[in-house]
Design a binder for this molecule. Sequence first.
Ligand code: SF4
Length: 192
Amino acid sequence: MKIGVYVCHCGSNIAGRVDVAEVAEWVSGLPHVAVTRDYEFMCSSLGQEMIKDDIRDLGVDRVVVACCTPRMHEPTFQRAVSEAGLNPYYFEQANIREQCSWVHQDRDEATLKAKALVGAAVSRVRHHQPLSVNTVSIHPATLVVGAGITGIQAALELADADYPVYLVEREPSIGGRMAQLDETFPTLDCSA
Ligand code: SF4
């Protein structure tokens, strides 16, 4: 197993608070870590190429990127890993921006926490298994159980999206608890 670890500066977003070079140096001593790099903007095309080159040239077979939230760039890096011929699920992301540099003031402590987050990601990626994405056909009709406010709203949104909807309610009328209220704050409108 050869793990590649890439620590992102994000300009000063991360590097302004975390000693990224020190994190990369520390990570290089962990088991199975074959290559560590720190780079200004890992999501840039040059950053992605760096990962791809290491997969092709150095035989890296697990990838950890320490950067921002997976909600932002997990698909970016999974695509890059996949384009280099590695299963995209051999990738793990450590969030050292939102969960570390952005929420801490002390540089030494933020660097210590970044090491912990990246170390955990390295430990985790060792246990990753290759996965594949399956596509299955679904029946487009939708059953919504409960015709309170949430059920009614869900049914309306599904219907607006052109799906057939069956809205089921055990009581004689719809509206749930909301329909039992007289006036509602702050406009004192009749809730019904
Ligand atoms: S990968 Fe995330 S943390 Fe790194 S430069 Fe891009 S947005 Fe910033």
